[in-house]
Design a protein around this ligand. Structure first.
Ligand code: C5P
Length: 238
């Protein structure tokens, strides 16, 4: 029923909201994303609860600090059992490399599975205008690919990127490299605050390996029906 390539963003504030949404979605969703909004409200228990429910978890805390601090933070987080963790590629090559190595060492030492580590390239909410406002002169797509290749060289398993950049990343980093794409909007859905969006089918065709979907499912009148419809659309691309 569920498609492991669909990750539903749990951008809510309480355990009660989590339990309600997860129960409404039932077997239509197997993978959830816990972001800072939820993690900072309810703490680590939410990851443990989702794992106990048999779900996969992408813990999206987007760490960005000096190498030693990020590697240490990740070593603490990995005890929760999340399947995917992430850092900002803008933290640099050394930070990514040291963190990936630390996760491998810790998983061997503790005999627990090593989570996938992926990098954020450029947030999908950043428009060209905003990008230039930050003093950036490089083309956004070029920068996304540069950061993706840097992440791969540092030993990371993939990146978070906009669906519009998935094709270029796949070309440069190969098909084993995870490409997790938010900014997914089924045809006719509101874009909300996302700038670089695509439909589920278009994102997969472009090379995305996983789709992160939040509001189009969470805010739907019938979240389960919305999830099922996205899963069906995804089933057309293998
Ligand atoms: O509601 P919506 O489908 O826009 O949710 C997208 C999710 O993906 C949010 O949790 C957001 O924080 C996350 N995300 C994103 N762009 C990135 C990285 C993560 O939208 N580059």
């Amino acid at each position: 029923m569920a498609d492991d390539r669909l990750i539903v963003a749990l951008d809510v504030h309480t355990m009660e909201d989590v339990k309600q949404l997860v129960s409404k979605l039932g077997d239509s969703v197997s993978f959830y994303k816990v972001g800072m909004e939820l993690f900072y409200s309810v703490g680590p228990d939410v990851v443990k609860w989702l794992k106990a429910e048999g779900k996969q978890v992408f813990l999206d805390l987007k760490l960005h600090d000096i190498p030693n601090t990020v590697a240490g933070g990740m070593a603490s987080l990995m005890s929760l059992g999340a399947d995917i963790l992430n850092v900002h590629a803008a933290g640099g090559f050394t930070m990514m490399k040291v963190t990936a190595e630390r996760l491998k060492e810790e998983s061997e030492k503790r005999g627990i599975p090593c989570p996938k580590l992926i990098a954020i390239t450029v947030l999908t909410s950043i428009s060209q205008e905003e990008w230039e406002g930050m003093g950036q002169t490089a083309n956004i797509k070029g920068q996304v690919v540069r950061l993706a290749m840097l992440a791969k060289k540092a030993g990371l398993d993939g990146v978070v990127a906009s669906p519009q950049e998935a094709g270029l990343i796949k070309e440069s980093c190969g098909s084993d490299f995870l490409i997790v794409t938010p900014g997914i909007r089924p045809a006719n859905a509101s874009a909300d605050d996302q700038s670089r969006i695509a439909t589920p089918e278009a994102a997969l065709l472009a090379g995305a390996t996983h789709l992160v979907v939040g509001r189009p499912i969470r805010a739907a009148e019938n979240p389960r029906a919305a999830a099922v419809s996205i899963v069906e659309e995804m089933g057309r691309v293998r």
